[in-house]
Design a protein around this ligand. Structure first.
Ligand code: GLU
Length: 376
């Protein structure tokens, strides 16, 4: 049977990231759902034998550790609890993955990463090089956030976005988010009987974002639909397809190959590596609001000049990532600022000659240069 996920046949994917949510891995009584996990690993082994490269992003450390330690609120009551739960849960989780993969003749590799590791370009490139080497050695990387050291400021917080960033770093062809929801619905299916599953998304626009806001996710796990859409934005911008699929079937990857439904976000092409890294950055230090004329100039491929800026917000230094907001209030681009926030406020709306008079020569003509900007 042909997969309804047109343009994204699962057996044609060379390099795939599979994210597995906590609710799938950890049962209500706090034990690992070993039989289900064995099914997933059967699928991974079959894919591996067929020449596909698989990276796993596995959640479940906090849920597992919390149950073992008897911590309230699933270990998410405080940062201390979450860190302790993750430290206890992660070792058990890795042990399970490594043991079950080994039974199928596969080596597992553990990588624990923080947001910081993927936000700084040098560390991002290091992580990318490690993944590349592991895959070339036929190893299955099993990745999670390094929750036991990640503080609130440096946490991803959900593995959906982590999986998308890993997909980007590994130059994966696709990212599959397996969770307890079947995909994106037009409205909340628990409330609205007319809600329909969206099969394919070519572009993530305000309409799609609104569907996620309508609470169409199950509300379980730390991610929810909003973080899945954010993950889709990162992955598709980096040239990878992203699928939201139900992980409830016994062998979810086989079910997918047989044509089980889900939502597929199709990859966008044409972004260079540095730009995709930029688009996937999660920490944005400021906002630059621009007028209609500047928006048109950006859409034509030009740099952002101070003349088109109407407002500057946030506190950023030269080289920090800032969002460019169009006159309708939507972030339309992102880039590295050529000026710090104080200077940007002073030169907003000004032409080059006036800037030279104010700040002295030489003047950097663009507030954000085209080469350091990506359209969203
Ligand atoms: N990193 C968390 C864990 O392993 C999961 C985050 C999420 O729920 O996406 O428990």
């Amino acid at each position: 049977m042909v997969s309804p996920l047109t343009g994204f046949p699962p057996d044609k994917i060379k390099r795939l990231v599979i994210k597995i949510g906590s609710a799938l891995l950890v049962a209500q009584d706090g034990t690992i759902r070993t039989e289900w996990l064995k099914g997933v690993i059967e699928d991974i082994a079959a894919r591996h034998a067929a020449g596909q490269q698989i990276i796993v992003v596995s959640s479940g450390a906090i849920a597992l550790g919390a149950r073992r330690l008897g911590l309230p609120k699933g270990g998410r009551g405080s940062l201390d609890d979450a860190q302790a739960a993750a430290a206890v849960g992660q070792i058990a989780l890795s042990h399970h993955w490594a043991g079950l993969l080994r039974e199928k003749g596969l080596n597992a590799a553990q990588m624990l990463v923080t947001l910081d590791d993927l936000e700084h370009r040098r560390r991002y490139l290091n992580a990318a090089a490690t993944l590349e080497r592991l895959l070339s050695l036929g190893v299955v990387p099993v990745i999670n956030e390094n929750d036991s050291v990640a503080t609130a400021e440096i946490r991803f917080g959900d593995n959906d976005r982590l999986a998308a960033r890993i997909g980007q770093a590994a130059r994966a062809d696709a990212v599959a988010l397996l969770s307890d929801v079947d995909g994106l619905y037009t409205a909340n299916p628990h409330v609205d009987p007319g809600a329909e599953l969206v099969r394919e998304v070519k572009r993530i626009d305000a309409h799609i974002a609104a569907m996620a806001d309508s609470g169409s996710g199950s509300g379980m796990g730390s991610g929810g639909m909003a973080s899945k859409i954010e993950a889709a934005r990162i992955a598709t911008g980096a040239g990878a397809h992203l699928a939201i699929l139900s992980g409830k079937p016994e062998r979810p990857l086989s079910a997918w190959a047989r044509g089980q439904g889900g939502t597929i976000f199709l990859a966008r092409t044409g972004q260079r590596a540095r730009k995709t890294w930029l688009a996937g950055r999660l920490v944005v230090k400021g906002r630059i609001i621009i007028d209609k004329g500047a928006e048109e100039a950006l859409l034509k491929g030009n740099s952002l000049l101070p003349a088109g800026v109407t407002e500057v917000g946030g506190s950023f230094a030269r080289g920090d990532v800032v969002d460019i907001i169009g006159p309708e209030g939507r972030a339309i681009a992102r880039g590295l600022a050529e000026y710090d926030a104080g200077e940007a406020i002073r030169i907003a709306g000004m032409r080059k000659a006036d800037i030279a008079e104010l700040l002295g020569n030489p003047v950097r003509p663009a507030l954000i240069h085209r080469d350091h900007m990506v359209m969203l």
